[in-house]
Design a protein around this ligand. Structure first.
Ligand code: BGC
Length: 373
């Protein structure tokens, strides 16, 4: 720890405050006014938090948002941390975890690349007395002590409803809908699909919509998504709407639609409110995205991690069922928001993207039109 006594005291005060706000189970001995004495602070040596992010290609969020917000939270709390990215490599993921444990991590927070390798990492951590948190993706059968994410079924519902809204606006008649799903090994992708199929299936069943090609994209790989969508469109040139599970997959579909002069005519959904996704919405090529306030997710997860690092047992606000083990995992689930042309400005107002990065070149006029200040 390279921090001085003063900042340590400040950090302790922040920790105490954060825990009180988070509603811990009473295991802490925080003074009611949030002013922990420096003696207490000195006595409680916080542990070290290791975070493993999945990759930097399946979505821009991991490196541009999650890393940044987690880092800010750990720094503010004065807790030692190490955030690494496995770059989509499952072997590397396990190596990083081993190194973190060897280097003294007392809390391990992971975004798994699949449940199998995620579980191996969690098992090892637990066997060494390291506290575990599943961040964003639940590791099925993994038994992490906590799970922090969004209501992912709701994310999917918003996508399904978004596509319906955009198809209705286009007055599409019995549209053929293609589905470009996330990675088959990501539990979130299953939840997103449950959500949007809950909206679309009744439409297929009633004959309002026609079910088109429906395929998962391994590892959320954007390049593969392009190839898959190209094949979909060749086999079914009348695709009239695309349910793409995130902005990266949506952009892959839009690129193919552009080549066929179909962009803007065929609504495409997304998720993550990435700069690219929002620009596609401003351009009229993407129907909607789902904004997940990553700062809130990172804050909730880091509060838990910080409490665990101090040897406490923080309370979660709810729980989710692990469909593999049947266990109830203590969880914090946040609320996602649908974003269309008219409320792209909300994402800017929330500080998630800046006007400078969004309103470049040709997008400047569109930004004005969309009321982005
Ligand atoms: C996350 C999404 C992300 C996707 C690809 C999912 O588990 O919830 O936000 O777009 O993975 O990285």
């Amino acid at each position: 720890m390279r921090k001085g006594i003063l900042s340590l005291t400040a950090a302790a005060a922040l920790l105490t405050f954060g825990l009180a706000a988070c509603g811990d189970d009473g295991a802490t001995t925080a003074a009611p006014d949030g002013a922990a004495s420096s003696a207490d602070a000195g006595a409680k040596t916080a542990g070290k938090v290791g975070v493993i992010l999945p990759d930097s290609k399946s979505s821009a969020r991991w490196e541009t948002a999650d890393r940044k917000y987690l880092e800010e939270a750990f720094k503010a709390a004065g807790v030692a941390y190490d955030i690494q990215n496995a770059q989509g490599d499952k072997t590397q993921f396990q190596t990083i975890a081993d190194q973190m444990i060897t280097n003294g991590a007392t809390v391990l927070m992971i975004v798994n690349l699949d449940s199998g390798t995620g579980k191996a990492v969690l098992d090892k951590a637990k066997s060494q007395g390291v506290a575990t948190i599943d961040y964003d993706r639940l590791t099925l059968g993994g038994g992490a002590a906590y799970y922090v994410s969004f209501d992912n079924t709701k994310v999917g519902t918003l996508q399904g409803e978004g596509l319906v809204k955009c198809l209705t606006e286009k007055k599409a008649d019995k549209p053929i809908v293609a589905e470009l799903n996330g990675s088959p090994t990501d539990n979130n992708a299953t939840l997103f699909k449950n959500g949007y199929d809950g909206v679309l299936k009744p439409k297929y069943d009633s004959g309002d919509y026609k079910k088109g090609p429906d395929q998962s994209v391994p590892d959320w790989d954007n390049t593969q998504a392009g190839t898959i969508f190209e094949q979909m469109l060749t086999e079914q040139p009348k695709i009239a709407g695309v349910l793409a599970a995130n902005d990266g997959l949506g952009n892959a579909a839009i690129t193919v639609l552009k080549k066929n002069n179909l962009n803007g005519k065929v609504p495409v959904t997304g998720q993550d409110a990435t700069v690219q996704g929002l620009q596609n919405i401003l351009a009229g090529d993407q129907c909607m995205t789902v904004y997940k306030a990553i700062k809130k997710e990172a804050d909730a997860a880091s509060q838990l991690a910080i409490a665990l690092a101090k040897g406490e047992k923080p309370a979660a606000t709810g729980s989710v069922k692990d469909t593999e083990s049947g266990a109830d995992v203590p969880a914090v689930l946040l609320d996602p928001q649908a974003i269309y042309f008219d409320n792209v400005k909300d994402v800017v107002a929330d500080g998630y993207v800046t006007k400078d990065e969004l309103c470049t070149g040709d997008f400047a006029d569109k930004c004005t039109e969309a009321g982005i200040q």
